[in-house]
Design a protein around this ligand. Structure first.
Ligand SMILES: [Mg+2]
Length: 231
């Protein structure tokens, strides 16, 4: 079985989360708590939204979320009484702040040059109420298939979104089987769901190079591709 397709998550794979700590320190300052306290208790806030699909499924924008339920939740957990929204969700991908895993972008280009079909599969959200700002700033021309949760109303790890993405990859190259697609994601649950779907998931940890090396190993073993990539 050769590898004919490669699908990539955005946050934590193409985009680095290296700057997220600074973003949370900024949020702690806006909130008026010590960063240490914020880091200790933030899970309590996140847990409140664990089952809430509205943001990633495009029903509400980040601005609406920050003004509504997020403000309420963060006030409750930290014992505050803010009336103005604390802005943070749009900052990570803002021009000048966003950091890319450049090696991942190079890898995507290299795969394409070697005839591998590429896909982008991201759980993302609308930033502004007008739904005009870009929350996934990456050149779409790098991909044969693009699936964004905010536009589809479904999110990973729902099997339906893998099906949708695979159908778009297949539209680019009809002969591709599920087992011929590798998938990169930084969330274990999304990787497990992808494996269940029949793709071959590669988990991306703190160092994206490790995932790339793992993929190269698999591809070299199974394909007759010559991947020259500086790792
Ligand atoms: Mg991710």
């Amino acid at each position: 079985m050769v590898i004919k397709g490669a699908v990539f998550d955005f946050g934590g794979v193409i985009m680095s989360y290296g700057a997220i700590k600074d973003l949370f320190i900024d949020l702690a300052h806006q909130l008026g708590v010590e960063p240490k306290v914020f880091f200790e208790k933030r899970k309590e806030v996140w847990d409140l939204f664990a089952e809430d699909k509205r943001l990633m499924c495009g029903q509400i924008s980040a601005e609406e979320f920050e003004e509504g339920d997020f403000l309420k939740a963060i006030n409750t957990v930290f014992g505050k009484n803010h009336t103005e929204p604390l802005r943070w969700l749009g900052k990570l991908t803002a021009p000048g702040f966003i950091q890319y895993n450049e090696i991942m972008l190079t890898f995507i280009k290299t795969l394409r040059e070697n005839g591998v079909k590429t896909g982008l599969l991201t759980n993302n959200f609308f930033i502004d109420k007008e739904r005009k700002l870009e929350s996934t700033p990456v050149d779409r021309a790098l991909f044969d298939a693009v699936v964004e949760s905010r536009l589809e109303g479904i999110e990973k790890p729902d099997q339906k979104i893998y099906e949708l993405c695979h159908s778009r990859v297949v539209a680019a190259a009809p002969e591709i089987e599920r087992s011929e697609v590798i998938f990169f994601d930084d969330m274990e649950t999304n990787c497990e769901a992808a494996n269940e779907f029949g793709w071959r998931a590669i988990h991306v940890g703190k160092d994206p190079k490790e995932a790339i090396l793992q993929a190269i190993e698999l591809i070299r073993h199974e394909n007759d591709l010559h991947l020259e990539i500086e790792t």
